[in-house]
Design a protein around this ligand. Structure first.
Ligand code: NI
Length: 186
């Protein structure tokens, strides 16, 4: 597993000061099903979005967050699967170039609170993305990072992990969450 593209904004006190926690959309909000658009240029606005998304992810707390979940239709993902939350990674316009093997593991999602279930994913993926400097990089990931990348890239395509579950389970989850979050799903 290679860790590349680690942003340096966390060291910048000015940017740190500006970070904000964004509201996270909750399933079955239809906005979670929209397709995110590619980022044309990695500018200050995108770096600010990444900083806010990181703040939001850490506060939740979660190990990954896609821009779709905070109602921004840009192909931006933040991930930190490290135990001490010290390895923030930003993936802009991420693309899965190769996927191999299979692994099944329990997943949860900040947009599907309180729900955990097994999903079958590729065991290893090779992903290309842009970093915060606008430069392309590639990551070969396995384990939790590989699962997280697949989960977050799904979000950018309007797909949730519950979409992999049986129809019966999906309906139960939808009903339960719609009842718990009526104002968010109206
Ligand atoms: Ni998610």
């Amino acid at each position: 597993m290679t860790f590349v593209g680690t942003p340096d904004f966390a060291c910048n006190p000015l940017i740190q000061q500006a970070m904000a926690i964004l509201p996270i959309l909750i399933h079955p909000d239809p906005r979670l099903q929209r397709q995110a658009q590619p980022v044309a240029q990695v500018d200050e606005g995108i770096r600010r979005l990444v900083a806010d998304m990181a703040e939001t992810m850490y506060a939740a707390p979660g190990v990954g967050l896609a821009a779709t979940q905070v109602d921004v239709l840009r192909q931006v993902v933040v991930i930190d699967v490290s135990e001490d939350k010290s390895k923030l990674q930003a993936f802009i316009n991420p693309q899965i170039l190769e996927a191999e093997g299979e692994c099944e593991g329990e997943e949860g999602c900040l947009s599907v609170p309180g729900v955990y279930d097994n999903v079958l994913r590729a065991e290893r993926v090779r992903v290309r993305a842009l970093g915060l400097d606008g430069e392309a990089f590639e990551v070969e990931a396995e384990g939790m990072l590989a699962v997280c990348l697949q989960h977050e890239i799904d979000h950018l395509q309007g797909k949730l992990f519950v979409d992999y579950l049986s129809r019966l389970k999906r309906e139960r989850i939808r009903t339960k969450l719609a009842k718990q979050h009526p104002r968010l799903t109206a």
